[in-house]
Write a protein that binds this ligand. Structure first.
Ligand SMILES: CC(C)(COP(=O)(O)OP(=O)(O)OC[C@H]1O[C@@H](n2cnc3c(N)ncnc32)[C@H](O)[C@@H]1OP(=O)(O)O)[C@@H](O)C(=O)NCCC(=O)NCCS
Length: 219
């Protein structure tokens, strides 16, 4: 897709390091000192749940300033019926280009593709501020939860087709694609391939803690 000031196109192998560096710049110190998302992207591309057809970058004057990726995941109802859905993330825009509508453009462009591929639901964990304007709602509104009837405040659901949910309870089963990111040594080793960057605290880390430890108890 070509707009007057940007191009949205599929990521290709020549972009890999540039996109990993972009993720590192966008996520650095955001939810923890340093970040793991560049490693996440690196391993995700080789995982069976990764969806190459939904792997897009946004380019301005030959420079990649935004990236979005998706993985396969599923919902299962109480009778064992399954619905194949997609989990969005990471989504990132280089800090100096943030809040100018590029994240919105990447999401809207790829939502259309996901819908054309037959998916009716996108889920992701995130700060609601970034997503409610894109039509995401609390998982509670669609009765989507984790086993144990846990409705995290950061679990956000976006219907790609109207009335995809009929009120029944769905349990969400994300991909295990991010499991290797728990390995701090592997993340640090990967990070050492990039230019040095100072790890530190910033208020967004507390915001992340609050969002990621909150649950919605009732409607
Ligand atoms: C989150 C991120 C991808 C959003 O991309 P972006 O290009 O900066 O965002 P956009 O300008 O497209 O705005 C998207 C929405 O964010 C919100 N937003 C925009 N500017 C905002 C501001 N100054 N303050 C609060 N919210 C704002 C709005 O809801 C906006 O949608 P709208 O324009 O339809 O109202 C980007 O900021 C980023 O990379 N952040 C760091 C990494 C990250 O947090 N990724 C998401 C993981 S949960």
């Amino acid at each position: 897709m070509k707009n007057k000031d940007y191009i949205i196109r599929r990521e290709n192998p020549n972009d890999y390091r540039e996109v990993e560096n972009l993720a590192r710049e966008a996520f650095w110190n955001l939810s923890m000192p340093g970040c793991f998302e560049h490693y996440f992207i690196h391993i995700m591309r080789n995982h069976a749940d990764f969806i190459p057809d939904l792997d897009y970058v946004l380019e301005i004057d030959g420079k990649i300033i935004g990236s979005v990726m998706y993985c396969k995941s599923k919902l299962r109802d109480e009778n064992g019926n399954e619905k194949k859905i997609v989990t969005m993330g990471p989504l990132c825009v280089l800090p100096e280009y943030q809040r100018k509508g590029y994240g919105k453009a990447l999401l809207e462009y790829t939502f259309k593709i996901a819908s054309d591929m037959g998916y009716d639901t996108v889920i992701n964990f995130g700060n609601p501020d970034n997503y409610v304007a894109r039509g995401y709602k609390s998982c509670r509104k669609y009765n989507v939860c984790f086993e144990g009837d846990l409705f995290p405040a950061a679990l956000l659901v976006k219907e790609l087709k109207e009335n995809s949910f009929d009120g029944r309870k769905w349990y969400y089963y994300p991909s295990d694609v991010d499991t290797p990111c728990d390995n701090e040594e592997a993340v640090a080793k990967f990070d050492s391939q990039f230019p040095p960057k100072i790890k530190g605290w910033q208020p967004s880390q507390e915001e992340f803690y609050i969002h990621s430890h909150s649950v919605i108890n009732s409607e």
